[in-house]
Design a protein around this ligand. Structure first.
Ligand SMILES: [Fe+2]
Length: 338
């Protein structure tokens, strides 16, 4: 498997030395979807779209206009597979690109979701996608723990390697993607212009990336409440409309929204590896024991209590031991600005 590059980072706090993984550059595919009208139909069938929540802002006030017009909807996840989503879920060229990227035989697609964006004059957050491990993901494990598990390098043998494809439907004003194919210490590249019907396939869990500003820019970042919905207009115009608390906040033709479709798959070198890794899954006590053993070995005066993994003090103490990299030349984010 062409696994991400292993590089020893400089020693972190208290002498912990982490193995940080950064991925290879993603593969660019062109002319991905034969007929993009099929995608427009999928978009229409699965409207409305709601503002991105996510773990960045878990306590948003439902009636405060604090959300940028970044809408999202799931088409496939563990308990969902909307009709027509196989257009992306089992896309053969994307599957093959994932095999090529990782030199792996087993590609198991599990998620498809769509982003629709407009009028955001600042960037999204520079980030790596949420780590997943056998037995542990965001459904059963605090986010701080998942991220410290990733950045510590102590749980690599349990990680579920992920392939990600980002596909763009159209070219809009702005709307590029910054990404750090050489790791966070190198300047980013940008995929922008001629994005329509292209896809980048690679490892968004090991490569930082950041959505650039999205036009139109004439009125700055337009904000809506978490209750806002984006859906096709109920007329013959072909426009899509953002309704927020009963009022039209924005309307534009579909081609003026930045539409991207995300695809994710589990990756295994082969079936034997899959079976071995699936049989070797982590419980919370396992995770705590591995961290605590490491602290003991490194003579760090810190222990995680298995009954207090939600404790914010522990979260920040462990997080301080395994700080996330900050990618070079990252742009200010909407989460800094709002
Ligand atoms: Fe991401």
């Amino acid at each position: 498997m062409r696994l991400p590059i292993f590089c020893h980072s400089q020693s972190l706090l208290n002498g912990i030395e982490a193995m940080i993984h950064y991925s290879e550059p993603p593969l660019l595919l062109k002319g991905v979807i034969d007929n993009t009208e099929d995608v427009v139909r999928l978009l229409e069938q699965n409207a409305p779209y709601t503002p991105l929540g996510g773990w960045y802002r878990p306590e948003a006030d439902m009636d405060a206009a604090t959300n940028a017009m970044w809408f999202q909807n799931d088409w496939v996840h563990a308990d969902l597979q909307v009709p027509g989503s196989e257009l992306f879920l089992f896309h053969e060229r994307v599957m093959q690109a994932a095999r090529d990227f990782y030199n792996a035989e087993v590609i198991l697609p599990h998620s498809v979701y769509v982003n629709m964006m407009a009028a955001i004059e600042v960037c999204g957050p520079a980030h790596t996608d949420n780590p997943r491990f056998h037995g542990r993901d965001r459904s059963n494990t605090p986010m701080w723990m998942l991220r410290s598990m990733f950045w510590s390098g102590l749980f690599d043998e349990y990680s579920i390697v992920q392939a990600t494809s980002i596909w763009w439907m159209n070219d809009v004003e702005g709307g590029g993607l910054y990404y750090w194919p050489g790791g966070p210490d190198k300047p980013p590249e940008e995929h922008v212009g001629d994005m329509a019907n292209t896809a980048l396939v690679g490892d968004n869990h090991g490569m930082f990336h950041q959505v650039g500003p999205v036009g139109p820019f004439d009125q700055g970042t337009r904000l809506v409440t978490p209750r806002a919905e984006l859906a096709p207009a109920q007329d013959e115009s072909g426009d899509w409309v953002v309704m927020d608390r009963g009022e039209v906040q924005y309307r534009a033709p579909i081609e003026d929204y930045r539409v991207s479709v995300l695809w994710k798959a589990d990756v295994y070198r082969n079936e034997e590896e899959r079976q071995r890794k699936v049989a070797n899954s982590l419980s919370i006590p396992d995770v705590v024991a591995i961290f605590n053993r490491e602290f003991e070995d490194k003579r760090i005066d810190l222990r995680i209590d298995v009954d207090a993994v939600e404790d914010l003090g522990i979260a920040s103490a462990v997080g301080a031991l395994y700080p996330e990299a900050v990618p070079r030349e990252k742009r200010p984010s909407m989460y800094d600005a709002i």
